[in-house]
Ligand binder design. Structure first.
Ligand code: XMP
Length: 538
């Protein structure tokens, strides 16, 4: 079940409910765009790009009942996403008439354009020419969508079906180099469609096309401002929580730390924070969290090292390790919550991509890894959840963090998985291996910082491999462990490219590690992208 955004999503149906006050009063102050998700891999990116234009947007599945959006005065436009289906296939998702009855401008992207065409009795067929990747189009200069954009531009295409016959009352506004319709419009009814993906960076002027739709066609006036979000949120949380207590598990990462600072601003000492050291943190990490945050927050530190490591003893399966770590965390957290007594609210740093992820329109998918922290904490805690950032993206949370003066160690920290070093030691985990990995990782990360590379990389870390290799040190044969270095560029961790690390930096890191970490005689650099690899090795 997905809840939020003033809507409740239950088994594919959306109903506007009398949602709790804390969910979203501030939204009323910003104009809004709805993105209808037809299953495209780019839906989240559309939401992201619209937000970059300072426009508030929400993604809802194409199965949702949207009739109640009718009375939403803040709604200024609808974007229909792409999707994997063909409009002429049986059971392909259709276009609800209700969308067109909302009387706001509509922009269909890829499958969205084909749906519009199909709905208005144009003809969509499966083509012999498949347009995929960078494609040149020529725009006739007749559409506001292409305002201030060159006549010739390169766009990103990903389609096999195309529009053979235009629906009545629509005009072609651009064609591809293959002569296919790449955009159309019905200006009078403010219905627009593009066959290409303006949200993808490879599309030249993609942002301008989106801005033209948002500002010139939808006439967005009230922009989405982070400053007013903070004020509204603090007031809202104050009103909601009153004199009750709230609890927050502080991992030291951006989301939970900024959430804690925000809630602390609203309710002060009534926010109880707890940091659990699971024994799988990086060098000095838990100590730093206590050092930096205990002066500013009401913070309790729990050392769970012994419990976690004893439960992990001899366990090599990544999924079993994740489950054990997740369960141990919950056990300790629950025990602490009980000891504090009457706590009504639980704070979680859930972000909008997680919300979209769990509500998006898709078929059954295979579990690649169980990310235990996404599942949340057990219901038996009987606390009400407050997720102050469930409509935000990570960089917006960072922006809030800066405004609230959250220390850089949290704001600049690369993403770090809940199971920590537990999934970066391949195979079973013990104290000796943890010591080796901690030291190697510390050297690696510090060297990146010294070369000003840390902030250019989305995530970097070391991995301890379960193999020993032969080496030679001071004329003596060694037989020691291998450290793998990973560094990736990414937007949200869903896909990633390995980072082109300068070779002199790699050499420096390798030399430092083999010289000073006892038990390591070899360092390798991981040059795999995601997909096919994942970011973490386990
Ligand atoms: P993968 O390895 O799936 O990772 O490509 C994508 C992002 O998720 C992080 N990750 C986790 N985060 N619990 C977490 O909180 C986990 O079990 C977990 N596994 C992976 C990973 O570090 C990367 O940022």
């Amino acid at each position: 079940m997905w809840r939020g955004a003033g809507v409740r999503f239950i088994q594919g149906k959306i109903k506007y409910s009398k949602c709790k006050k804390y969910i979203l009063p501030f939204r009323m102050q910003a104009d809004k765009i709805i993105i209808i998700d037809f299953g495209s891999q780019y839906t989240k990116l559309i939401a992201r790009k619209v937000r970059e234009c300072k426009v508030y947007s929400e993604v809802i599945p194409c199965t949702a009942d949207i009739s109640q959006l009718k009375n939403d005065k803040s709604l200024k436009g609808v974007i229909l996403s792409g999707g994997p289906a063909s409009v002429y296939m049986q059971k392909s998702p259709g276009l609800s008439k209700q969308i067109l009855e909302l009387n706001v401008p509509v922009l269909g992207i890829c499958y969205g354009l084909q749906l519009l065409s199909h709905h208005f009795k144009g003809e969509v067929i499966s083509g012999r020419i498949r347009e995929y990747g960078k494609t040149k189009i020529h725009n006739a200069g007749s559409s506001v969508l292409f305002n201030k954009i060159n006549k010739e531009l390169t766009v990103w295409m990903s389609h096999t079906d195309y529009i053979k016959k235009l629906p009545k009352e629509f005009k072609v506004t651009s064609r591809s180099q293959n002569g296919l319709i790449s955009s159309f419009q019905n200006e009078e009814n403010k219905i627009y469609g593009v066959q290409f993906h303006p949200e993808v960076n490879h599309t030249e002027h993609g942002n301008t096309i989106l801005k033209n739709f948002l500002y010139k066609i939808c006439s967005i006036k009230k922009k989405w401002e982070i400053g007013s979000f903070i004020d509204e949120k603090i007031k809202e949380i104050k009103d909601l929580v009153g004199n009750e207590k709230a609890l927050c598990a502080l991992s030291g990462g951006v989301d939970s730390t900024v959430a804690a600072f925000l809630i602390h601003k609203a309710i002060g000492k009534n926010l109880v924070c707890v940091h659990i050291d699971n024994g799988l943190m990086r060098k000095n990490e838990s100590a730093d969290i206590v050092k930096y945050f205990s002066k500013k927050l009401n913070l309790k530190f729990i050392d769970g090292t012994e419990l976690f490591l004893s439960r992990l003893k001899g366990v090599a399966s990544p999924e079993r390790k994740r489950k054990i770590i997740g369960k141990s965390f919950i056990d300790l957290f629950q025990e602490y919550a009980k000891s504090v007594g009457d706590i009504k609210y639980l704070i979680q740093g859930t972000l909008y991509p997680d919300v979209i992820e769990s509500s998006s329109f898709k078929g059954p998918s295979v579990t690649i890894k169980t990310h235990h922290n996404v599942g949340g904490l057990p219901k038996s805690l009987r606390m009400k959840l407050i997720e102050p950032f469930r409509e935000l993206f990570k960089d917006e949370v960072r922006e809030i963090g800066k405004i609230l003066k959250v220390p850089d160690i949290a704001l600049e920290r690369h993403p770090f998985p809940g199971p920590g070093l537990g999934v970066r030691i391949i195979g079973d985990v013990n104290k000796e291996k943890l010591e080796i990995l901690r030291e190697a990782d510390y050297i690696y990360i510090n060297t990146l910082k010294e070369h000003n590379l840390y902030n250019k990389i989305w995530q970097a870390f070391a991995v301890l491999l379960p193999v020993s290799t032969v080496g030679v040190m001071g004329d003596v044969r060694t037989y020691e462990k291998v450290i793998a270095l990973r560094a990736v560029e990414s937007v949200d961790g869903m896909t990633a490219n390995w980072f082109f690390m300068p070779s002199d930096v790699l050499e420096e890191i390798s030399t430092k590690i083999t010289n000073s970490v006892k038990g390591v005689n070899r360092v390798v650099y991981d040059i795999s992208n995601k997909p096919p690899s994942t970011i973490e090795w386990e």
